[in-house]
Each structure stands twice: as C-alpha cells, then as structure tokens.
Design a protein around this ligand. Structure first.
Ligand code: HPA
Length: 278
C-alpha cells in the first residue's frame, strides 16, 4: 500500500471508531488544551470521554502531566470535542503523529479549532500569568508535518501561510477580552523542539528573531489545520519570564502552577467566545 493510502486509511479508521463511540455527536468546535490547562475540560458537560489508547492509530501521551483523552460534550452551550493532552515532537513522535488528531477531528467534521498552550514570555512587556493571542508564528522545529508525499484530498502541496490564524476568531477573542477587562497581549510564537527550556543566549536570539513567546507545541497543529482549510485561533498562557539579562531557573511544577492560575482568565475568554460562536 502506498504511504498516502495508508495515512488516509488510518485517519478513516480512527474517524469511524469515534463516530460509532459518540453516536454521531459531531461537534463543530475542536479544542486543544495545553499543559496545566485542564480546568476548562472540567467545565465540559461530558457526553463521551475516550482514552487515546483506545482510538485506532492514536499516539499515546508519554508526559505524565498530560492525561490523554478526547472529551465530547457541551461547553458553555457549544458542542465541542476537546483534546486533553497533546503530542509533542520532543516525545519522539514524528510531526505526522503529532498532528494525526487534527486530521481525524477535521475529517470528523469540526469547522474550527481553538488551541491553547503554555509558553515562555520573551517580550519584556509581558508578565507571567498573562495571556497572549498568537497572531503569527516562527517554525523553528526544523521539521514540518507536511514533509512527504502530499495528500491532495487533504490540502495543497504548498499551503499559503499569509494568515494562519483566523482573523474573525482573533477579533472575537479581542472583543471578549476588552469586554471582560482581561489583558490579552498579542504576538509571535516561536516553536522550539525542546525538551530543554532555552539558554539565555537562545532567548536573546529568539527575541531578536521577532518572537514574543516561545513553546514546544501548536505550530505543527496550526500548519495541518491550514493545510486542511480549518480555521484556527491560539492563545498562549505565559508561564515564565524569559529575560536573558535576569533569568531565573524554572521547573515544570512552577510552569503548571502558573498555568493553573492564569487559566481563570482563559476560561472566562473561552466562555464568551464559545457563547458568541454560531
Ligand atoms: N520555553 C521557555 N519557557 C517556557 C516554555 C518554553 O518552551 N514553555 C513554557 N514555558
């Protein structure tokens, strides 16, 4: 079997499995929850919860801070499917594996994707605990999920990336933030492989390259969403300050704790955004 056929079949099998398990629940909105951001998942009126390990061809989460499941249900009145736990390049997956769930959810009929992540703040105006709307990105993963034969039925060989984040949904987040009096910064997210955090010299370089925040996820999912014509929007929860001239050590525990605190604002934003979506 050709490589492309095999990929198409894997997505179909996962999609068929989910369709059966969820009785055609078929939400229009997909959500990817980042590290330490599970409070939003707790707000979902759950209809179906499916462990990644039960879904055909799904990779398995290897990081303990991510419990891998798909949660189907209603969130602030909007039917959603949420990924609790995502896959990272540093875990050893290929970017095709990392983005497999996005292919499956898009094939299952979602028409928009809301992404969250935990990221380090490089812009000196940003403080830990702030939120940042990702308006653009720089892919420094040195890899791309679209490398390999293109599957024309999924999308074009050379996807346009002039506006990878949906301006309508960006505006919705801006409006809600203003109305709720929540600081929503905006900026460029740089994706690094990890799993190390960056050195001072690297933070200096990344800020000079035009980055406002840095993390280890999101860009592969956004590339694949764009490939498939799936509008997406992404918010970073800034968990630490990456000032090369005054860098303090950080641990994963602190990152998760800060994400948990900032998540209150994220939940407020998501609530009003989901209520405003058609
Ligand atoms: N780099 C620095 N700080 C971070 C990151 C990162 O990738 N993710 C969360 N905080």
């Amino acid at each position: 079997m050709s490589m492309s056929k095999e990929q198409i079949n894997k997505v179909s099998e996962a999609q068929e499995f989910l369709k059966e398990k969820t009785n055609n629940f078929n939400p229009e909105t997909g959500i990817i929850l980042g590290t330490g951001l599970s409070r939003l998942a707790d707000k979902i009126d759950r209809e179906y919860t499916i462990d990644y390990e039960d879904i055909p061809h799904f990779p398995l989460s290897t990081v303990e801070s991510h419990s891998g499941k798909l949660i189907y249900g209603n969130l602030f009145g909007q039917p959603v499917v949420a990924m609790q736990g995502r896959f990272h390049y540093y875990e050893g997956y290929t970017l095709q594996q990392v983005t497999f769930p996005v292919r499956v959810l898009k094939s299952s009929g979602i028409s928009r994707l809301l992404i969250s992540n935990a990221a380090g703040a490089m812009n000196k105006k940003f403080r830990k605990g702030n939120l940042m709307l990702i308006t653009d990105h720089i892919n420094l993963l040195m890899d791309n999920p679209l490398i390999g034969p293109n599957i024309d039925k999924w999308g074009p060989r050379f996807p346009d990336m002039s506006a990878p984040y949906d301006e309508k949904m960006n505006n919705l987040f801006r409006n809600v933030a203003q109305k709720k009096n929540i600081d929503l910064f905006e900026g460029v997210y740089i994706a690094m492989q990890g799993p190390t955090l960056e050195t001072r010299a690297e933070y200096r370089m990344l800020a000079n390259l035009g980055g406002d925040a840095v993390g280890m996820s999101t860009v592969p999912e956004v590339i694949v969403a764009n490939h498939m014509g799936l509008p997406c929007v992404a918010i970073s929860v800034l968990t630490d300050e990456c000032d090369p001239d005054n860098l303090k050590p950080v641990t994963l525990e602190e990152i998760i704790e800060t994400a948990g605190v900032a998540e209150k604002d994220l939940v407020i934003l998501f609530e009003d955004v989901l209520k405003a979506l058609p």
